[in-house]
Design a protein around this ligand. Structure first.
Ligand code: 48H
Length: 270
């Protein structure tokens, strides 16, 4: 017979509260905040964390993975075009070539492996947490995220007034998908104009998304579908290779920015 240890409710509650406090105290200052835990944000986070960069993913949902669980049209198969199958191979996702250069995998397997790969690399997560605004410093350089619990937005304003809190970071990555929500916060202040993503054209879009992935404003890197929205690039529909490889490229861009900043972070860890 299994006999569990004689731990009671108060110990369980304390473990939760103390664990939470320790977690958030550390996250108040990160090297990089990635907003959005879809395929591009997770791939970006994994690359950074495995190089020793303190990386936090802020995700408004209670689950990670964004659109990667479902390949499109409520079908839980995902496709990638070459060369992105190499990334699936690297994180151990079984996949099959259906026609030359086009690969199919199970969405739940691909998505759960990507989440696990990001966790294993050391990415930290703040889930059910929404980007509400940006921290801006001199010359409007992005220097962090203003966040709030996602459900706060749904609470009636006449009975609640919950101010957000802020987390500081050296770089912020917009991986929020179609909304490009972090860039949208600059737009609200007249500092940027998103073009809106273009019509579907898979052969063009994926190369362009990876090519345009990078810093769009001091301290702000954009990755994944948000790149299409920011630059007015064609959408790619239900195929995810560019999301994964854009995440990897975004991480390279972040490392380049961190290295160009005053020494505190990366040099110590390199
Ligand atoms: C916190 C937020 C906020 C916020 C959004 O949509 P995603 O999967 O994004 P990508 O770019 O990694 O992948 C896009 C892909 O899933 C897709 O939709 C494709 C390829 N479409 C092609 C086409 O033609 O339409 O993930 C974004 C994540 C989600 O989990 C959101 O919940 C989260 O970002 N998010 N998190 N604060 N303000 N806004």
């Amino acid at each position: 017979m299994v006999k569990f240890s004689p731990v009671g409710e108060k110990e369980v509650t304390r473990a939760l509260i103390e664990g939470f406090a320790k977690h958030y105290a550390r996250l108040a200052e990160c090297d990089v905040i990635i907003v959005g835990g879809g395929p591009s944000g997770l791939a970006c986070g994994r690359e950074l964390a495995r190089k020793g960069v303190r990386t936090l993913v802020v995700e408004r949902n209670n689950f990670l993975g964004g659109g990667f669980w479902i390949g499109g049209y409520l079908i839980n198969k995902v496709t990638v075009r070459a060369p992105a199958q190499e990334y699936l191979q690297e994180i151990g996702v079984p996949h099959e070539e259906v026609t030359e250069g086009l690969y199919v995998a199970d969405g739940p397997h691909a998505c759960s492996k990507l989440i696990a790969a990001a966790c294993d690399a050391g990415v930290k997560f703040a889930t059910i947490t929404k980007l509400e605004d940006l921290v801006l410093r001199e010359n409007n350089r992005v220097a962090g995220a203003v966040i709030n619990w996602t459900p706060v937005e749904a609470m009636p304003h006449n009975i609640t007034c919950v101010d957000p809190v802020a987390l500081e970071s050296k770089v912020l990555v917009d991986a929020t998908g179609h909304d490009a929500a972090a860039v949208g916060k600059l737009e609200e202040r007249g500092l940027f104009k998103r073009k809106g993503f273009g019509a579907m054209w898979v052969e063009k879009s994926e190369d362009l998304v990876v090519e345009h992935t990078g810093e769009v404003h001091p301290g702000l890197v954009v990755t994944g579908m948000a790149v299409s929205t920011v630059f007015g690039l064609p959408r790619m529909g239900p195929t995810f290779g560019a999301m994964l490889l854009s995440g990897v490229k975004a991480a390279e861009e972040v490392l380049r920015i961190l290295k160009s900043q005053p020494a505190q972070v990366v040099a110590a860890r390199a």
